[in-house]
Design a protein around this ligand. Structure first.
Ligand code: 8YV
Length: 322
C-alpha cells in the first residue's frame, strides 16, 4: 500500500520529524514560513494528512478547497484555529495533543505571574537602558504572592497545574470559575473555592489567570466590564488564547492603574501584538512560549504522530476532537 502523504506546516523538533518521515511520505517546509491561506487551500487537495499548528488558520474556505485530506492532526492542544464544524461536515477527522503541554504551560503562567508581580520586565528594560540608579528601598516595588488569591478562569488540566504551583509553591489561595465544580480530591488538595459566577471570582481575586479554550464561546470574555469588576491593584495573566481579552480595554485599565499589571503570552491575531500595549511598563509580553520546552515540543510531536499512525492503521484516534 502506498504511504500516506503528510504535510507538516511548520518545523518540528528533528527527532519527531525523523520518526514521522520513517512511516509516511512527508513534506516538511524548509523555510518554516507560514503557508498562508492559498498554500493551505492547495494542500487540501494534495495530502492525506495535514499537521498544522496554531499559526495556520484552517477556516471553512480552506477546508472546502480540496477533497484529499482525511485527517488534520494538530500539533497543539488548542484547536480554535480550525473550523471544526466545516471539518465534521466533510468527515475530516481532527486530533490535538492534550496532556503533554500541561506542565510547560503552567510553568509559563507562573513565569508571567511572577514577572508581573515583581516588575521583572520593567526592571530588565531599565537596567539594559543604563537607567538603573542603584539599590533603594522604594525601587520597583511589586507584590508578594503568599496568601494572595489566585482566581483561575477555567479549571481544566492547565488551570489545575497552575493552581498546584501557586498553592504548594507560593502559598497562594486558590479560587476558580468553571463550568462545574472540580473533583473533591482536587478541591481538598488545593483548598480551592468554586465561584459559579465569573464576576464574583474577578471581584475577589488578587491575580486572575485565564485557562479557557479560545473560540466563539470565550471571545471577549474579559472585556471592559469584566476588567472594571477586577479588584483595584490586581493582575491579569493570559496563557490561553488572545481572543479571550479585549486588549483595548485592557490597555486602558492598565494605563488608569486600576490593574497593577498583566502578563500575556497570546494575542488575537498573532504575530501582531496590540499596539496600545507596547508602550506600557506594567505589562509583560511574551511571544506564545507556553509549550516551548524541548521535552514538551518533542512530546507534542510524538502525540500528533500517534494520531497519524492510528489513523493510517484504521484504529480509533487517541485524541480525536472531531
Ligand atoms: C502551541 C498552544 O505551541 O498547544 C497549544 O494550544 O497554544 C501552544 O502551546 C501551539 O498551539 C502549537 O500549535
Amino acid at each position: 500500500m502506498a504511504k500516506a502523504r503528510v504535510l507538516v506546516t511548520r518545523r518540528w523538533p528533528e527527532e519527531v520529524e525523523r520518526q514521522l518521515a520513517e512511516r509516511f511520505e512527508v513534506t516538511f517546509r524548509e523555510g518554516d514560513a507560514p503557508l498562508g491561506q492559498a498554500g493551505l487551500s492547495a494542500a487540501m487537495g494534495e495530502y492525506d494528512v495535514l499537521c498544522p499548528t496554531v499559526s495556520d488558520r484552517i477556516d471553512a474556505d480552506v477546508i472546502a478547497a480540496g477533497d484529499r485530506v482525511k485527517l488534520i492532526a494538530n500539533y497543539g492542544v488548542g484547536f480554535d484555529h480550525i473550523d471544526i464544524a466545516a471539518a465534521k461536515a466533510k468527515r475530516i477527522a481532527v486530533t490535538n495533543t492534550p496532556g503533554v503541554l500541561t506542565d510547560a504551560t503552567a510553568d509559563l503562567a507562573m513565569t508571567l505571574l511572577l514577572m508581573a508581580a515583581r516588575r521583572a520586565g520593567q526592571g530588565e528594560r531599565e537596567l539594559r537602558a543604563g537607567r538603573w540608579r542603584g539599590w533603594r528601598p522604594t525601587h520597583l516595588i511589586g507584590s508578594s504572592l503568599k496568601d494572595k488569591v489566585l482566581g483561575l478562569v477555567g479549571f481544566g488540566r492547565i488551570g489545575i497545574a497552575t493552581a498546584r504551583r501557586a498553592h504548594h509553591g507560593f502559598g497562594m489561595k486558590i479560587a476558580y470559575y468553571g463550568r462545574r465544580e472540580a473533583l473533591p480530591d482536587v478541591t481538598r488538595e488545593l483548598d480551592a473555592q468554586f465561584y459559579p459566577e465569573l464576576n464574583d471570582l474577578l471581584a475577589e481575586s488578587d491575580f486572575v489567570s485565564l485557562h479557557v479554550p479560545g473560540g466563539a464561546e470565550t471571545q471577549g470574555l474579559i472585556g471592559a466590564e469584566a476588567l472594571a469588576t477586577m479588584k483595584p491593584g490586581s493582575y491579569l495573566i493570559n496563557t490561553a488564547r488572545g481572543g479571550v481579552i479585549d486588549h483595548a480595554a485592557l490597555a486602558e485599565t492598565l494605563r488608569s492603574g486600576h490593574l497593577a499589571g498583566a502578563g500575556l503570552d497570546v494575542y488575537p491575531a498573532e504575530p501582531q501584538v496590540p499596539e496600545e500595549l507596547l508602550d506600557l511598563e506594567n505589562v509583560v509580553l511574551l511571544p506564545h512560549l507556553g509549550s516551548a520546552t524541548r521535552e514538551t515540543r518533542i512530546a507534542m510531536g510524538e502525540r500528533a504522530l500517534a494520531n497519524v499512525v492510528a489513523w493510517a492503521e484504521g484504529r480509533p484516534l487517541p485524541d480525536r476532537v472531531a
